[in-house]
Design a protein around this ligand. Structure first.
Ligand code: ATP
Ligand code: MG
Length: 396
């Protein structure tokens, strides 16, 4: 099963390209689902038909789905929410305010990811195309399963222990309801499911495509996205430059725009070295409906297979050296001084700008010391060396 995610700045054409790519895949004989994690739900508009919360068939083998986040929220989080409400109620918090407090921030998108998991596991699809929310939200979302995993591993077992120890005491003393086993079960289930989603998205048959328009600010954001997606272990396998003006026919105003776009497109080619940069012409009308979308995608991929599985190394790998190992992380478009590293016993925290990823070190690296780091050819290389045995005063 092939999993494709389309992301990019607001309004650049993510939904259009996602829908077009899916239409092309279906036409090539694949059972295809395109689903949206975006609350704005413009997929229905792109296909020009009403689309429901379950997969809706819009052409042969082509299904569209707009996830009903509210429904999924109740299913996954309802148990936890009911418990939190009982606690707040015991504390005398007003019911309406309490409901506000128990809503998970960003829950809608997270739950759209849970739906993605269900669809992938259903075995009904050869191809699943995900129309993501604009970049910033998508990045936050894609970083979440890992961040939550980190939190769960460290805080949750501790909390569970504390709770079981204090339970009899608290229940008598404060009148605060204690969480039942089912609350912990619900949290644990949510964590396990999000972890599966993460594994799917970072897996060998998944990749992310960046959609952009040839404008300097849009390209700048796409560059940062490439770096950040790589930081979190997601594989970017191509760029779609959308809304490219056709050549001007002697019209000065248009000639000005065409020239400006050509300059930005040259920068795009330079920035995303190693990735295919596909182009899509600015159409005289909105591409709406299966046929128009498929036409657009045919032009974009220009005969190339839109589903080809990216080859080469994943974003993260470890190689042995004579006296230790090197951990390599794809980190395109950054310089060494933009990367901050911190090491604790079993993890390496990599920070780029405001994004930070705690990487749990493979067992083989835990007992080695960090000996240095550099950035070369779009790759962060962290050198590990056998630990200096200070207790024996090794000075040779
Ligand atoms: N190549 C194109 N030529 C003409 N119109 C286009 C082209 N690509 C997209 N559009 C139109 O531009 C508008 C925005 O496209 P789309 O909804 O796909 O963007 P988006 O990135 O998904 O936006 P959002 O961030 O709001 O989700 C739509 O009306 C769409 O029909
Ligand atoms: Mg959209």
């Amino acid at each position: 099963m092939r999993l494709l995610l389309l992301t990019g700045k607001g309004g650049v054409g993510k939904s259009t390209v996602a829908a077009g790519t899916a239409a092309l895949a279906a036409a090539a004989g694949h059972r295809t689902l395109v689903l949206s994690t975006d609350a704005a739900h413009s997929l229905g508009d792109a296909f020009g038909v009403p689309v429901g919360p379950d997969p809706t068939e819009v052409a042969d083998r082509l299904f569209v789905q707009q996830v009903d986040a509210q429904l999924r929220f109740q299913e996954s989080w309802g148990e936890v929410q009911r418990y939190l409400l009982s606690v707040l109620d015991a504390a005398g918090v007003d019911r309406v305010a309490a409901e506000e407090l128990t809503v998970l921030p960003g829950a809608e998108e997270v739950l759209a990811l849970l739906e993605l998991r269900l669809q992938v596991l259903s075995g009904a699809w050869d191809v699943v195309v995900v129309d993501c929310a604009p970049t910033a939200e998508t990045l936050r979302l894609l970083a979440l399963p890992e961040a939550l995993g980190w939190y769960m591993q460290r805080v949750f077992p501790l909390q569970a222990r504390v709770v079981s120890t204090l339970k009899p005491v608290l229940a008598r003393a404060a009148g605060v309801p204690m969480p039942g086993g089912s609350v912990f079960d619900a949290v644990e289930r949510l964590h396990a499911e999000l972890d599966e989603v993460r594994a799917l998205l970072q897996g060998p048959s998944a990749s992310v495509r960046l959609v952009l328009t040839p404008e300097a600010v849009v390209v700048a954001e796409a560059r940062r996205s490439w770096t950040t997606l790589s930081l979190y272990g997601y594989r970017v396998d191509g760029v779609v430059a959308n809304r490219v003006f056709p050549d001007a026919d002697g019209d000065d105003w248009r000639a000005g725009w065409v020239a400006a776009q050509q300059q930005v497109l040259a920068e795009v080619d330079q920035s995303f070295v190693g990735l295919p940069v596909w182009r899509s012409r600015y159409r005289p009308a909105e591409p709406v409906g299966v046929e128009a979308l498929r036409d657009l995608a045919e032009e974009v991929y220009a005969g190339a297979d839109p589903l080809v599985v990216p080859t080469g190394d994943g974003p993260f790998r470890v190689t042995r050296t004579a006296d230790g190992a090197v951990l390599r992380l794809r980190l395109p478009l950054v310089a060494r001084d933009q990367v901050d590293l911190a090491r604790t016993h079993d993890e390496l925290v990599v920070t780029v700008g405001s994004y930070r990823r705690p990487i749990t070190l493979p067992a083989a690296l835990v007992h080695l010391d960090v000996a240095g780091a550099r950035v070369e050819d779009g790759e962060l290389q962290v050198r590990f060396r056998a630990r200096h045995d200070r207790s024996r005063g090794a000075s040779a």
